[in-house]
Design a protein around this ligand. Sequence first.
Ligand SMILES: *[C@@H]1O[C@H](CO)[C@@H](O)[C@H](O)[C@H]1NC(C)=O
Length: 363
Amino acid sequence: MQYLVMTGLSVCSYQFMYLPLCLFLRTWISGNDITFLYSPDVNHCQLLCTQHPSCLFFTFIRADWTHDDRHFYCYLKSTPSGEPSAQTPVQGATSGFSLKSCSPDPQPCLSEVYQNMDFPGADYRYLFTGDHEECQRVCTQDPACQFFTFAQENFSITKIRYKCHLKFSWTVPRTPVIERKFLFVAYVSFPNVFPLLNLACQRKLFPNTGIAGRDIESLPAASPEHCQILCSTHPRCTYFTYNRNSMGMWRTTLEANSKPIAQVTIKCGIYEGDALSPLLVAYEGVDFKGSDIRYELMDDADTCQKTCTEDPHCQFYTYVDETFFDRSYWRHCFLKRVITIPAPPKVITLTNVVSGFSLKNCA
Ligand SMILES: *[C@@H]1O[C@H](CO)[C@@H](O)[C@H](O)[C@H]1NC(C)=O
């Protein structure tokens, strides 16, 4: 941990007894870049790193970066050793560490508003409001809204002035890749979904039924029920189709604006009730590939499920039992998660607009 005190440029706080939380201003951390995501500020970038399954530290490119036109890039990084391989002083970047070990709130309050910053894309609705505070209030009250961009009264294009764009990003776990293997047992829990699911509840699933309509998004889901949860939280999804193609991959299509045909009833009660248990559904024969936080060896899938439930970072798991062809994976319980904080698809500078997040998670 000696690198935590390496430079006079670092800003540390000691709110957690043994773990100074430092941001290294004007520092580029070298390490394997896992990926980059857009982020409006360094604190949001740090939260992205914290929620990413394998990110250990990050470098955020601020607006005052002058080396090239990358701005608001949040590089998520890791090294096999778990420590940065080097830190280089540079103007316009801030680096720091994941807060994974601090038990961070999985749904933090993002109260900052950003003047002259646009979050382009991800729009699902707009309206006109008097100011950005009202726009943010509308966003907070709309269950689907995660962030917004508001054009101020002096915005260059007259007809867009006072326009409040409401925007959506997934805050329920989507599984990145799902492979169908009858030798696995996997599991998903959706603790974050509850606040969003007091919608009119459509209890029915329609097996062997395709829906003609415009696909708004196609993504993997473990089961028709998982697909239904994803559809329920998407502001433009009214119906979904769930199917499995001949390659053994599972796919989900969220569809809008069309009518389903045949019927079968499923229990809708699984979306309501007490804090966790109703949504604990085990999916046998499904592997959620990647997104591993860590693995542990254990005797059965039930223990793996319990371990996942007790770990605040774990959203879903894969357990490999002794029927799997490769012995080296036997008894492995892989605990998994994906990023669920609101994340704009892009962040750019734009004069006289204000962007920000919904205040749903703010007390
Ligand atoms: C545009 O209006 C906003 C809000 O009133 C103000 O903060 C900002 O400074 C104005 N920009 C210019 C260039 O006048």
